[in-house]
Write a protein that binds this ligand. Structure first.
Ligand code: ARG
Length: 606
């Protein structure tokens, strides 16, 4: 089942710390920075009655560089001068184990968390919530926001027999991330791949298959073979329009359920799905179900059309039917062809109704290119006009174009070419350092994983809607903000245990001397680690993977900066070395969690 396991967090705030009030919507057992925010809210509320802790809590924000948290006083709209109010808070403030200091800068109050409490609790919480494959317990960063709710996420959705272009790759990458994200937030997730497996082009391929089809080539690589046939017969049809008529007649037979006409198509679909599934596996992307345009039942489309007619939204155009959405600035769209066959838009309308009846989702997300914004807006609007209350729970997660994706041999059209090219570019890169290369156990695998990481990180590093240009050299470099750089950071953190076996096993974090972690670099890492649960929550709101990627880079940079000063190997004070090691291992676990959320498999060695 997809139902998430919602085990209670094994972490709780230690009882030796000053008691804090509870605030609705917070959960210190999963995000211990919530406690620090509550402590700050209490300081302010105590000084500025009748403000409540809840009210102030909403206004405790992350600070700018060097500050932990900031409260902007004007937002509370209190009577009196801001300056006076600030002074009142400062006068009343007593440092404690939660908050070490407060400063006043114009309308802002800046708070600093007690370093030792911060470090100790963050390490303790991460340790308690470490990823455990056996229990499948949601790890550090997870939350319960979606408890009891079900989301359908549709992504990838390539067309069989046409090329799998970069647009589909983006949908695949972003969709896989969203599926992981919703699971981490307690939702029950159903991921769907809605194949483009229906439409007139299959009539065309059927005509082409009779001429050029080969069972052997089909078995070998169905996607490639069907694509070749499609290209050939399409070119022919350009010259000879009778081929199109033949194709249309064939597709009509398919729509009418003529088993003879459907026989080959079934095999094509099955072999294509098999091939795709292998490649998705390589990408660490999974679907709960493969559906497709072919699976939208005729009757659900007929019903929709009838309903639209009753609503007076349908007009006839030369025998075809159109829905008029001009009132909504969404133009007119054909919903049924002259020969009675269905089209893309109608299938989306019928498909959504079908999915709701089957799954009763609380939300349904479509991850589709921004090039189809109009199409999506049209079918969402139609569903709304048809009076479905759940239409408001549909969401389109869109994304921009990718330019210039080609291999060294030419244009890429297939997913497996993209994966192979990434692996081979990476492999060459690794070979340049012979000593290192020879030390790697399975260089082919490592090259492929890093290559795929490079593609994914490049894709998710910026806001979804931005277009970007595919650049093999940039994405596969170990320098700069790239996928390989993140994998390298994870590998380096993973090596600490191997290099310092005499410190193992580490005592539980509560037994560590975390007060020895005094360097600002160490504090920076601890604080960043503490923010991770918030980073996840923000991503859920924005549907932007870039926030997670940015977090990964910030953490990796903070680790690089600490590496020289906060040393483990060579540190004489064993207690200090152990505390530092625990910090790095926590960083490894959280970086690993972030990478997994992005559908990337973190490497231990390279
Ligand atoms: N197969 C379509 C294409 O390649 C994408 C499908 C998107 N999903 C949908 N429900 N329309 O353009």
């Amino acid at each position: 089942s997809n139902k998430p396991v919602l085990a209670p967090s094994p972490f709780s705030v230690p009882s030796d710390l000053p008691k804090l009030p509870e605030v609705a919507g917070t959960d210190p057992t999963r995000c211990v920075l919530d406690s620090f925010r509550i402590a700050i809210a209490k300081v302010v509320a105590d000084a500025l009655e009748p403000l409540t802790v809840e009210q102030v809590y909403q206004g405790v924000d992350y600070g700018k560089k060097g500050e932990d948290f900031t409260v902007a006083l004007p937002r509370f709209k209190l009577p009196g001068k801001i300056d006076e109010l600030a002074k009142k808070v400062i006068a009343k403030f007593q440092p404690d184990e939660w908050i070490e200091s407060v400063t006043h800068d114009r309308a802002f109050l800046h708070f600093r968390c007690r370093t030792n409490t911060l470090t100790r609790l963050v390490l303790d919480q991460i340790h308690a919530l470490t990823y455990d494959t056996a229990s499948k317990q949601p790890e550090y960063g997870a939350n319960y926001l979606g408890e009891g709710k079900r989301v359908i996420i549709e992504y990838s959705s390539p067309n069989i027999a046409k090329s799998f272009h970069v647009g589909h790759l983006r949908s695949t990458i972003i969709g896989a991330f969203l599926a992981n994200l919703y699971k981490a937030c307690g939702w029950e997730v159903l991921s769907l791949n809605y194949l483009g497996d229906w439409g007139t082009q299959f009539g065309l391929i059927a005509v082409g298959f009779e001429k050029y089809g080969s069972q052997e080539a089909l078995e070998k690589d169905a996607i490639q073979h069907l694509f070749e046939i499609y290209v050939k017969v399409n070119a022919e049809a350009e010259k000879d329009p009778s081929i199109r008529d033949e194709a249309a007649a064939w597709f009509k037979r398919m729509e009418d359920g003529d088993e003879e006409a459907l026989k080959n198509w079934r095999v094509w679909r099955q072999l294509s799905v098999r091939k795709y599934a292998e490649e998705y596996d390589r990408l660490n992307v999974h679907f709960d179900a493969y559906t497709g345009e072919s699976e939208v039942p005729q009757e659900s489309m007929d019903k929709a059309l009838k309903q639209l007619q009753e609503l007076n939204l349908i007009e006839e155009d030369n025998g075809a039917l159109r829905v008029n959405l001009e009132k909504y600035k969404l133009g007119k769209a054909v919903v049924r062809k002259r020969d009675g066959t269905s089209i893309y838009l109608t299938r989306d309308i019928g498909g959504a109704v079908e999915r709701y009846n089957k799954y009763k989702f609380d939300k349904m997300i479509y991850v589709i290119s921004a090039q189809q914004d109009m199409h999506v807006a049209q079918f969402f609007k139609v569903l709304e006009l048809m009076g479905f209350d759940w239409a408001k729970n549909l969401e389109h997660v869109n994304y921009g174009l990718v330019q210039g994706m080609s291999t060294r041999k030419g244009t890429v059209v297939f997913l497996d070419q993209i994966i192979r090219e990434a692996a081979s570019v990476m492999h060459e890169q690794m070979r340049k350092n012979e000593d290192k290369y020879n030390a790697i156990e399975d260089p082919e695998y490592v090259a492929q994983e890093i290559g795929i990481t490079g593609i994914k990180i490049q894709d998710m590093a910026a806001k979804r809607i931005n277009n970007y240009t595919f650049n093999w050299d940039r994405m596969l470099s170990f320098e700069g903000d790239t996928g390989p750089y993140l994998q390298y950071a994870h590998v380096r953190l993973s090596s600490i245990e191997r290099k310092n076996p005499e410190l193992l096993p580490l005592p539980a974090p509560s037994q560590l001397k975390t007060d020895l972690l005094v360097e600002p670099q160490a504090r920076e890492i601890a604080f960043l680690l503490g923010t991770y649960p918030d980073v996840v929550k923000t991503a859920l709101k924005t549907h932007e993977p870039s926030g997670i990627v940015t977090f990964g880079f910030r953490l990796s940079h903070a680790i690089s900066s600490a590496w020289e000063t906060v040393i483990v190997k060579g540190e004489q004070d064993k207690e200090k070395a152990k505390a530092r090691m625990a910090l790095y291992l926590a960083a490894r676990d959280v970086l690993g969690a972030a990478l997994r959320l992005l559908s990337i498999r973190p490497l231990e060695r390279m």
